[in-house]
Design a protein around this ligand. Sequence first.
Ligand code: NAP
Ligand code: MG
Length: 494
Amino acid sequence: MSQFIVETATPKGYQLKLQTGLFINNEFVAGSDTIDTVNPANGKVIASVQAADKKEVDAAVDAASKAFHGPWGKMTPSKRAELMLKLADLIDRDNEVLSQIESLDNGKGITFSRLFDVKQIAITLRYFAGYADKIHGKVIDIEGALCYTRHEPIGVCGAIIPWNFPLMMLGWKLGPALCTGNTVVVKTSEMTPLSALKVAELIVEAGFPPGVINIITGYGAIAGDALARHMKVSKIAFTGSTAVGRHIMKAASESNLKKVTLELGGKSPNIIFDDADLDLAVRWAHKGIFFNHGQCCCAGSRVYVQASIYDKFLEKFKEYTKQTKLGHPHDDDTFQGPQISKTQFDRIMTYIEKGKEEGATCYMGGNRWGNEGYYIEPTIFTDVKQDMTIVREEIFGPVVTVSKFEDVDDVVHMALDTDYGLAAAVFTKDTARAIDVSNRLQAGTVWVNCYNELDYNTPFGGFRQSGIGRENGEYALDNYLQVKTVKINVSRQP
Ligand code: NAP
Ligand code: MG
């Protein structure tokens, strides 16, 4: 197991033993290639990890298939739950090391890794473990026969996850897949492979049979594509961009018509009425866009403020944003760290330039921060029009547009003027208005007087081109089960 261990330390001197092999059949093995993963705070390579091509994807799927038809399939649901609970406990035990790795590889503030990301994977596994022995079908009355349904696992499930919440996304995929009796092959993002590989060590320690969970790193176009096209993968759960989401559906349709769920991008509106608690609205709007450095699929990147409070809101929003700390991921008080990569950094800076070119006012920020790593100042644009690129396209960075509106119809019209539909928010003290506007918005989640509150037990997913299916909560289970109808003849004649 130690062959692929890389010893290193964080810039603050926290010693780490990183796992860099592909995790297949409870072993760490070589890939056909390697990928360098980078610390976004300084652009330096942390480690080189093994990368899978089709051959290793085949091996992982074979292992998952054997486990499904073997020990995992035969295990009682309560025993499966026990293993999931054990894994959650080990993740909590190792919160510090997992947090150090997550912040090193992804760039998020260490306090967020500790209190959010690592806690979320553990809590999600526990929540879904509770369902393992509560999955059952129905008895349906039909004439002359007994009919019952069985809710059966699908088989080998593929999961392709992004880099913005590597551990939380792993939890969102593993939880519902495992409690329903499936086995899994996860492909992590090439940008953030390290935390999931640490979890892989804990999977072995928890006592999962080989092949139940396989975690591979690899390039999207090679390993991701091979998984999406695999004839023995019965379901694929994808989180990432809308463009790659389309590709996943195509790969599924060109191969074995595997079931597909997609969590894609967004351009979510955040609507602030003039009767809202202004100070609270400012703080939530800040969290809405700047949490995780704007790298949130549900980010409130289009803020709409009622005309009578617009100027006051902007002033307070700027003041509040100035106070939050942009800094090193391993400092306890860092709110905003670097963007994930040079590519994303360049992409975001191009959007900022485009905003200026198209006539918007850069009211705050707009520049690189520091002289190493991929930091971008929190950026606020005003004087924006609905047809500007920065209002239409997902930027996936710390960039927000703040527009003015007059009345409810005006703002609902602007909020709906997008191809996406992942999330939205309304700030008002008027309950009737909150309900009316929430009903009229086209979004998988509508927050009222809060933003970016993600809970493992509530469904999350997109309307329109933000995705297909729901993750989390009881709703997630359906994606991982298939219904079998059994009819036992009692008195029917041929
Ligand atoms: P992405 O390219 O869609 O990547 C997401 C995952 O899909 C990664 O594991 C990626 O692998 C894999 N992938 C890429 N091409 C693939 C292919 N042809 N077949 C199968 N899998 C493939 O997203 P990204 O590059 O990380 O970010 C680009 C944009 O995606 C962002 O700017 C944002 O718009 C959106 N995004 C959304 C979310 C969300 O939570 N909804 C999360 C992240 C990104 P590699 O890592 O090897 O490319
Ligand atoms: Mg990295």
